[in-house]
Ligand binder design. Structure first.
Ligand code: KIV
Ligand code: NA
Length: 275
């Protein structure tokens, strides 16, 4: 079934949990989409899991568009959400609309996501006015890593928790259709989820959120140099890949691969003429 922003809003009303994963290319998007996911995020996490950077700050709008195009072709039913990179919506409302618009127009995104609360309300309102659905993102917002002094759980004091709730309510008021809650105490995420009528999508925010999102490399066990507390590895795909690649190397080195069945033939008549 095709997922839209209405599917997301309806799920919250019906108390049905929403599922999202990231994807960055056609092949993975196809697997994830065919598994029945509600939404796929082309996250700026690609800076870390695709480009190998230490944070998300260097990701560009062009990179997000490039990956969104690939994901879009692989995903037939998921809602496609593209992340707005650092500096693509901070400089002005015009820049925010323009970059969000490019993600829809060139990338094929159905919606965009951007980080922040009170500080980005004018941008969210303007993008929504341009008929582009916006997903908010509160809590441990990775683009704030330098401002936070590291990747640190947010909303642990009464004051900061209240600010998160106020930010979520404000995001709904300016028209966001959903909000990612990242790296905040589960009880705070629960309060936020009850304070808004749009679905919250949690990552490191407990099970009372209206849905969940993970980076696929994390949940498939393809990225195990660092495993955050909030990640559950549903498989050890990295290990399976390593074993398969090891077998390939061994068989090539021993002359066992390719076998006859992997090999193209020339007819005997033609072959004779070659000698
Ligand atoms: O970039 C990303 O993958 C994200 C999700 C983890 C929410 O923003
Ligand atoms: Na992101």
């Amino acid at each position: 079934m095709k997922n839209t922003v209405l599917t997301f809003k309806e799920a919250k009303i019906q108390g049905k949990k929403l599922t999202m994963l990231t994807a960055y290319d056609y092949s993975m998007a196809k697997i994830i989409d065919e598994s029945g996911i509600n939404g796929i995020l082309i996250g700026d996490s690609l800076g870390m899991v695709i480009k190998g950077d230490e944070d998300t700050l260097a990701v560009t709008v062009d990179e997000i568009i490039y990956h969104t195009k690939a994901v879009k072709k692989g995903a037939k039913n998921a809602l496609i959400v593209s992340d707005m990179p650092f500096l693509s919506y901070h400089t002005s409302i015009e820049d925010a609309i323009y970059h969000a618009g490019r993600m829809v127009k060139e990338g094929g995104a159905h919606a965009v996501k951007l980080e922040g609360g009170a500080n980005v309300l004018p941008q969210v309102r303007a993008i929504v006015a341009a008929q582009i659905p916006v997903m908010g993102h509160l809590g441990l917002t990775p683009q704030s890593v330098n401002a936070f002094g590291g990747f640190k759980v947010q909303g642990k004091s009464e004051e900061t928790a209240k600010q998160l709730i106020a930010d979520a309510v404000a995001l709904e008021e300016v028209g966001a259709f959903s909000i990612v809650l990242e790296g905040i105490p589960a009880k705070v995420a629960e309060l936020i989820s009850k304070a808004v009528s749009i679905p919250t999508i949690g990552i490191g925010a407990g099970r009372e959120c209206d849905g969940q999102i993970l980076v696929y490399q994390d949940m498939l066990g393809m990225f195990d140099n660092f495993i955050p507390k909030f990640v559950k590895q549903y498989a050890s795909v990295g290990k399976i890949m390593g074993e398969a690649i090891g077998m390939y190397i061994e068989e090539v080195e021993k002359g066992l691969f390719p076998e006859d069945k992997h090999t193209f033939k020339i007819d005997e008549e033609q072959l004779k003429k070659l000698y």
